[in-house]
Design a protein around this ligand. Sequence first.
Ligand SMILES: [Cu+2]
Length: 494
Amino acid sequence: MARRKSVKRLINIGLSLIVVLIVVAAVTTYFWQMRLQKPDEVNMANMADMAGMTHMEHMASMAVSDPEEGMVSCAAIMAPESSGPTRKFDMTAARTTLKLDNGKTADAWTFNGSSPGPELRVTEGDRVVVTLHNKDIEDGVTIHWHGIAVPCSQDGIAGVTQDAVAPGGQFTYTFIATTPGTYWYHSHQMSSIQASKGLLGALIMEPKQQPESNPSTSEATAFYQQLGSTMLVNGSTNGLSVPGKPGEQVRLRLINAGNETMEFDVDGAPFRVMAMDGHDLHNPGQLDGTIVPVGAGQRYDLLIKVPESGQVVVNSPESSPITIGNGIQPQHSEGGQLFLFVNYGTPLPNDSALHIEPDRRFELKLGQTLFTKSINGKSFHEIPPMDVKKGDHILITVSNEGGGDHPFHIHGHVFRVLSRDGVALQGSPVYLDTLLTKKGETYELMLEANNPGLWMAHCHDLKHASMGMSMMINYQGITTPYRVGTKSGNLPDL
Ligand SMILES: [Cu+2]
């Protein structure tokens, strides 16, 4: 009897020990992996955590960035001279108590007192000059121009292209509006925190001359954000009402500035997808009863003709609906096919860009470890950068191995999607800056290295980026005087 009791006690002690060991291992792993988010000091141009360096190594790494040895600083790469008109904007970041239209208040961080911040409208050819002022955001702020290939020094990445702007400070961004389309901006200092606090907004680049192929007679922006846990469209919790008379063709610019994929369907009229990420599609066909998934960071321009009955409703389960026109409310049709861009529209005749041989290839497996999100099993500054040189054509294979949807965003460039799951695209060429990947999918992308600099490439579920799914594309010969880490306070993706 006594013997059986002592065996039982031994088992109990053993089990308790195992539990304690598992807890200790989990906590250790957690802190070991979390330290990646907050390194002491990292030079993103060569990705070495300087805290782990000896003095000699530190001096050696400094020598590499000696400008006299033919290296160019990102900070010195600026917008070229231009002859177009200058458009000036002032943006002030400040803590603001917002009164939402559901009666609640929110402690938000705003640009010019609102969230989203002002919609910036510029015209192709403009010289865009935006002065950012930080009133009282203690951690500092920046503005990143999502989807726009700006010069390196203007990309707004704390610790890579600039220091975060401290309270009382300012920074002026200058770039030329070269590619008309639908874009947006957000702070890239502690991006997952600051975007969800409200430091973001839309940027629309209008073409200098409306192309003859543009059938739209009016347009509207629908900017979706998650202010904390509240989904807003153009700052409202109640959806959006867009004017439109029967027969009018409305270009609806959907911008997903939240962290989760949104799915849209259109009741009351057929529609077309005119553009993705600001880039027009070739011969977009008419769609009916189709569900359009828009990944975090992505933009879709829909063209919708207001019917004789007068009203169209654009629904998404994630947000209140958009109504266009004010006639009879259309019937809601459930279900429908998911929109796939791989066979939408038609190919360009004689598309020579399809036959370019890549100079370099990279394979990126997006996944997760215990407490981090990872690329090829590594996180943040431990992921080796994609090392490129100007003029290269880069073939990037991106696979989603799990851990949720990963909308993969590359800074400073537009890439072309070549294939999905081994099948070449059959329809229109598709150029994106943010590619939505779902679990199990593999895409091949072609990127032309035509914008020398140091560029982030990360998941635009910004929570995933903050958990480590963020890496660099670094051009040879480019350095930065800025540092990421707790020492400088620059934490671009926290
Ligand atoms: Cu992700």
